[in-house]
Design a protein around this ligand. Sequence first.
Ligand code: ATP
Ligand code: MG
Length: 117
Amino acid sequence: MPADFPKRAVILDTQELTRRFDKFTAVDSVNISVEAGEVFGLLGPNGAGKSTVIKMLTTLLPPTTGKATIAGYDVTHQQGAVRKVIGYVPQALSADGSLTGYENLLIFAKLYDIPSK
Ligand SMILES: Nc1ncnc2c1ncn2[C@@H]1O[C@H](COP(=O)(O)OP(=O)(O)OP(=O)(O)O)[C@@H](O)[C@H]1O
Ligand SMILES: [Mg+2]
């Protein structure tokens, strides 16, 4: 999060977050509020819409209606800023097996603008 972001502030906020695929509503008016430092679990049965919510929060899929902010940045209008303040650990292994461990770290460091020092 940005250095000047206040502690105990809402780090993740969604308001009526909704995603439709044609006429099918996969995510229906979700309101989530998570404070900085809080651990939040998003649970639901298969097909409940969890992955669709995560895709919207990580800027990979635009919401149909509603709004979400992370550290105050809007996932629809400030995608670059959102991507800079989030981390995502996928379920499946995402390291490149053809690279060494060091090379895997190096490529992510370059992608995330981490200073060479
Ligand atoms: N691109 C898409 N096009 C059409 N329907 C979709 C699309 N993505 C997801 N859906 C539908 O939206 C609903 C929610 O899917 P989603 O993958 O978000 O659920 P989930 O909670 O992550 O499920 P699981 O626990 O199985 O991972 C499902 O009915 C799914 O078939
Ligand atoms: Mg899923």
